[in-house]
Design a protein around this ligand. Structure first.
Ligand code: AAO
Length: 512
């Protein structure tokens, strides 16, 4: 009986907050706009061998086809049905991806767009990724089916049916977000259709969901469809395992809707994280790395075990969503690597790494007018495959940040130090900081305009360690810098402010 109660308690504690990643794997990567066939290969050839826990995929359900502008990435946030049929692939390819990734212990997290269907000006016809007929003007989506009864029009009180004031919680939940037809989630029929879609995915073997536009749904309505979800597939997950849920709620403070309103349903995206970290690493507003000593809840962030954290996401890397100009992306590689390195070394939150494609940015009055450009594609609109260059980087304009040595090695660092305390903080009261994770790992940053030359307490056992930023351990030698830890745990670090990557990280699995 006692054991039973303990199990029940453990289940209640973890449930939807538990990422379900394989033990020893602590991060996921968002392979934004990748094809299912490429993701399956990437799980096998790269993600599993390098300790990635899972992949957030782009929405897998049928969406509207937009040709003006030409096939923007954001057409995938305008559902037409719940058939698994998009530019990333069809249902057979989706099933093949999930099976192959699961078989190598890399799990799939689906971006679930369930707050709305396509925009009100989407027209009528079969311009959808599976060719399903719809009529946006009449709110008809026969491939679900949804009809006018299933939308919120009656509930919204604004003059044009749009969200006009983010401080009015009724508008935000009951009106249209940028004209997207807003589903009536108070209806059991709508909840059941959403749960049916998500259960179809769970049956195929996915491990969890990012829930798009959660701020625009009532937490109680979400709970109603989440309660209808099945347990995960027992071929890959323990009996009784619940789908991991993380909700997209942008809460930078100052609005009526709080991230904490959603904790009942699962984790929540912590948007303050990337916005603040970008400000610190850019040294804007008088910020400096010294202040990161109490990073996490000390900065007013949500509790660590409720947070899904990231440096940038598919929206704010191109000026959509929130965060503003401070957000660091692959376009600023030197600072970006430091920010991602800091995130992966620090114990706060469950971490998601971004993996992007390059597009031709064009700024007019401070705004990128090309922020809509979709993934690398062929003239017929089909998405290009991710090719791999001899040096392991990606071709065809796929950036593959997750394959950058510094980022990949920090994903491994996080696995090695998992569960270890935040220890041995050191700073120079400016932008040189260092910290350890118990006796497993240690990291040092120099983001000042002068050299760093310090002997620091690392907490690590004596020995010769390979820096995993400038290189790594290969066989019995280091391809980059070596760090000598003495019998007392102290080591000498020297980091030039003009180094290609002005930070050094060592851990016990990279010891000679
Ligand atoms: C496209 C066109 C539209 C057209 C529509 C329908 O761009 O012109 O009307 O189609 O035809 C994506 C794109 C959209 C696209 C949409 C559908 O980003 O451009 O619309 O697909 O194709 C809000 C939501 C948040 C949302 C974010 C983009 O709360 O949920 O906007 N993100 C998700 C996805 C995103 C997707 C959708 C939702 C829709 O990740 O990719 O849209 O499925 C404030 C609020 C935030 C709000 C932002 C932006 O943020 O707090 O909740 O996000 O405004 O409107 C400061 C404040 C901060 C504020 C920010 C920006 O930083 O502190 O709070 O300023 O003002």
């Amino acid at each position: 009986m006692r054991i039973f109660l303990l199990l029940v308690a453990a289940e209640l504690c973890w449930a939807q907050y538990n990422p379900n990643t394989k033990s020893g794997r602590t991060s996921i990567v968002h392979l934004f706009e990748w094809r299912w066939a490429d993701i399956a290969l990437e799980c096998e050839r790269y993600l599993a061998p390098n300790g990635f826990g899972g992949v957030q995929i782009s929405p897998p359900n049928e969406n509207i086809v937009i040709t003006n502008p030409w096939r923007p990435w954001w057409e995938r946030y305008q559902p037409i049905s719940y058939k698994l049929c998009t530019r990333s692939g069809n249902e057979d390819e989706f099933r093949d991806m999930v099976t192959r990734c699961n078989n190598v212990g890399v799990y799939i997290y689906v971006d679930a767009v369930v707050n709305h269907m396509c925009g009100s000006a989407g027209g009528a016809g079969t311009h959808s990724t599976c060719g399903s007929y719809f009529n946006a003007g009449n709110e008809e989506f026969p491939a679900v089916p949804y009809s006018g009864w299933d939308f919120n029009d009656g509930k919204c009180k604004t003059s044009n049916g749009e969200i006009q004031d983010y401080n009015d919680i009724y508008q935000v939940r009951d009106c249209r977000l940028v004209s997207l037809l807003d589903l009536a989630l108070e209806k059991d029929y709508v909840r059941s259709k959403i749960a049916e879609y998500m259960n179809h995915l769970i049956g195929i073997g996915v491990a969890g969901f990012r829930i798009d536009a959660s701020k625009h749904m009532w937490p109680g309505d979400m709970k109603a469809f989440l309660d209808k979800l099945n347990n995960l597939h027992t071929k890959w997950f323990p009996e009784g395992a619940r789908p991991f849920i993380f909700q997209e709620v942008i809460d930078l403070g100052g609005e009526a809707i709080k991230a904490s309103d959603y904790f009942v349903n699962g984790r929540v995206t912590e948007f303050k994280y990337g916005a603040k970290l970008g400000t610190v690493i850019r040294r804007w507003n008088g910020e400096k790395m010294t202040y990161l000593k109490n990073w996490g809840e000390g900065w007013g962030f949500m509790p660590s075990d409720r947070a899904l954290v990231f440096v940038d996401n598919h929206d704010n890397q191109r000026g959509h969503g929130a965060g503003g100009a401070s957000i660091l992306t692959f376009w600023d590689p030197r600072l970006y690597k430091m920010a991602v390195g800091f995130m992966l070394a620090h114990p706060y939150g469950f971490t998601r790494v971004m993996s992007s494609y390059r597009w031709s940015r064009w700024f007019e009055n401070g705004k990128d007018v090309n922020d809509w450009i979709g993934p690398p594609s062929n003239s017929d609109g089909s998405t290009k495959t991710v090719t791999i260059n001899p040096d392991t980087t990606c071709g065809n304009d796929w950036v593959c940040e997750h394959r950058w040595r510094q980022i990949r090695n920090m994903v491994i660092f996080r696995n090695v130090v998992d569960g270890q305390a935040f220890t041995n903080w050191w700073d120079n009261n400016s932008n040189q900081v260092a910290f350890g994770r118990g006796n497993k790992g240690f990291i040092v940053f120099n983001n000042d305009d002068w050299n760093l030359s310090e002997t620091l307490q690392t907490g690590l056992p004596a020995g010769t360690y390979c820096d995993v930023i400038s290189g790594q351990k290969e066989g019995n030698s280091c391809t980059g810098i070596q760090i000598q830890v003495n019998g007392d745990g102290r080591a000498y670090f020297q980091i030039s402010n003009s180094a290609e990557d002005p930070f050094v990280a060592i851990h016990v699995n990279a010891k000679l």
